[in-house]
Write a protein of this length. Sequence first.
Lengths: 159, 750
Amino acid sequence: MSKIHVSAVVNGDPVDFLADPRESLLDCLRDQLGLTGSKEGCGTGDCGACSVVMDGVLVCSCLVLGVEAEGKKVETVEGLADVGALHPLQRKFIEHAALQCGFCTPGILVASKALLDQNPDPTETEVRYWLAGNLCRCTGYDKIVRAVMDAAQEMREAV
Amino acid sequence: MPKDELKSEFRLIGTRPDRPDGLDKVTGRARYGADMALPGMLFAAVVRSPHAHARILKIDASAALALDGVKAVVTRADFPTGLTGEDWNLQENSMAGDVALYDGHAVAAIAATSRLLAEDAAKLIKVDYEVLPHVIDVDDALRMDAPVIRAGAGDHTVPEGSPPNVSKYIEFGHGDLEAGFAAADLVREQTYKTEATHQGYIEPHACVAQLGADGKGEMWVCTQGQWYIRRMCSAVLGLEASQLRVTPSEIGGGFGGKTIIFMEPLALALSRKAGGRPVKLVMSRSDVLRATGPTASASMDVKLGMTKDGKLTAAHVNFRMQGGAFTGASPVGEALSCALACYDIPAVMHNGVEVLANRPKAAAYRAPGSPMAAFAVECLLDEMCHELGLDPLDVRLKNAVHEGVKASYGPTYAKIGLVEVLQAVKAHPNLLAKLGPNQGRGIASGFWFNHGGETSVSLAIGEDGTVTVSVGTPDVGGGRASIALMTAETLGIAYEAVRVNVVETGALGVNEPSHGSRATFASGKAAVEAARSAIREMCRRAAKEWGIDEEAVEWKDGAAMPAGPNAGKFPPMSIAEIAAKMGGTGGPISGHHETNADGVGASFGAHVVDVEVDPETGRTTILRYLVVQDAGRAIHPAYVEGQYQGGAVQGIGWALNEEYVYGANGRLQNAVFLDYRIPVASDLPMIDTVIVEVPNPGHPYGVRGVGETGITPPLPAVANAVAMATGVRLRSLPLSPPKVLAAIKAKGRA
């Protein structure tokens, strides 16, 4: 099957790649663009490890075709930190020990940022339901929820 | 015991610094199994049996091989023959021989120039099967007329006349059972069942493997144990172990399931057949669920005798477990040994059988065997407490094991902390929370042996006095941080001055995996010994420079100094000063230690859970959850809490939702995360933890190991809480909403 040329903006950088029409955006990010921070845990949209934001919408990149990224803006975990400065969520995840194996962490960080972008003051229940599509098998979610709440508070106070 | 081993005040131990690998893991830089790519790399796909039990009549790969870009196909014919014992089991599980033994059993594998091409070509491999009768359920597999999975598979322990699928029989105990039950005021006997569950690590198995015609190979792989991968792959493929270099990637969860091989030998075999080109093989989630280590399913009889004031007088457990179609895969031995380990009972008897079934080869899963055993014993104990009107926590305290007691499984306990754990439970405010309608509280204890094992650690002093520690235990959840803390504490230097690297198989002596709750215990113990060895050498260098006896030099606060006024008057010589000069004072300074780590400290915990059960749907909500466990010493308390919380939530999943669901055709019906439902954030409250510290005298800082015990109490604790909330006792897991609802309705009708 012939490949299709795709132009997109990923983490602010213009990119071009050739996608097989059957390839997911996740495969293209990982295999074509070398952005292996987004992970495949299931390939069926159940685990959230591949979470990215496409044109402002939080998506499972395993459920988006690479060719659908044409002309879109994609944000991945690799784009969370400014040069030299971690996003408050990244800092709080380390500080609260909110990761053990770290495999789900990129997707959870991307999803959490998408939450805080639209709801800067979420309740614990709102955090838990927002992250219900991001599986973590190591932590039991306790420290993850605390880290997100703490980051939200710091970001509110910084405004 | 040297004085310093009794210390309880520390500079660094017990603090919560940032983990050294934290930055890599929040930025997406950390490299896991599937994140590796090599020049010239091929991609593999695996053809798997769609049948639970089927004779493989013919495999025709000609159409696949005819495609441009397809480089190799391997079947069992590409593997050496004549293996025996566990090596044969591993080979047979990696690739089916004459018979496919479970749904998902690998039958052939293919390598091509792209992943999509490999997947397309795999569909062209034609396999002819003769479908055979199959058996899935543990009790069905034990029938005399069950389909025979492997005639003569049973070992010497199997009594004559046993059903044909029995592969192992175990019996042990002590005390006068008859007298024990006669002394009881209440004797009860019940049967309990648990379904198979999966470890559920979010990272699927992945590797990049390369193997040349010269028998030299390399592998990048997500694993808990790179030496286990090396040994097992070498055995299965007939290689020399030292010619295979295995580098562990970061690991995206394992929980015991990444201690053995599954598809790794296939990638090596494909590479060899494809002229030595590297081959990448990544499992899909459904491959993971169908073909990698679930745990065993169990059917368990328990009989307990208790006096009217709550003293246990006798116990008899009789367990049946299937661990798939392979001998020795079930944890029935561990389950029996753990079953009664929490209690001081005068007479105990254990019987168990392992039986083969058409399921994947069970792998270790966090305290293998102990959660099932706890479900059976802790539930019956709870039932009897309620029948006698006794407080279930007081009864556990009354019977709790302590130092000097002969364990149910044989040895006499050294210093242990179950009594301290139960006292901490008793003092916790969660027990004062009032329960409303349809709510219940459950309590249970849990046990795991913990493990030491083969361990080799090296430590090198850098040119500037900073320190590198090489360990062989992959970091599954903060191991680098805890080993850096212990090393820095011992050397008297900053935590940040230590870098801990998890290294490949060529860099150290053989290490067992990060299993058995051993990484912080065993690699930590060896790192402390390696640091002490480096300290001795640094003291020698200082002594030489000062012209005094090396015995007259002591190490304090990261520097060599004269030991007392008689040694002479010299200013302290720091590790940085010694390191800067080491080239001229005798060369590099390093420390090394290898051991079969002894001094393991047994681990006990107790959990309390409050639940609410919706009487209209049967759905259970966790309202409150408390984990109390003896860590010995919490080196990095945040990661100890994390182990407690993660173990508890895995156990909650096992109790409430998780199970392997098979169709009548023996195919797994729920091989995706949508249907194999592990707990999600919205299912849970915060998980409260209390770290009890009864130091283990067998470790320089008192560590016991904390990874496994936490998954053991949730199964019975949740079941006990649901029984209290609903007034009905369910004796089989999971307590899924339909099952609970049916039980509530049946009670209403009664």
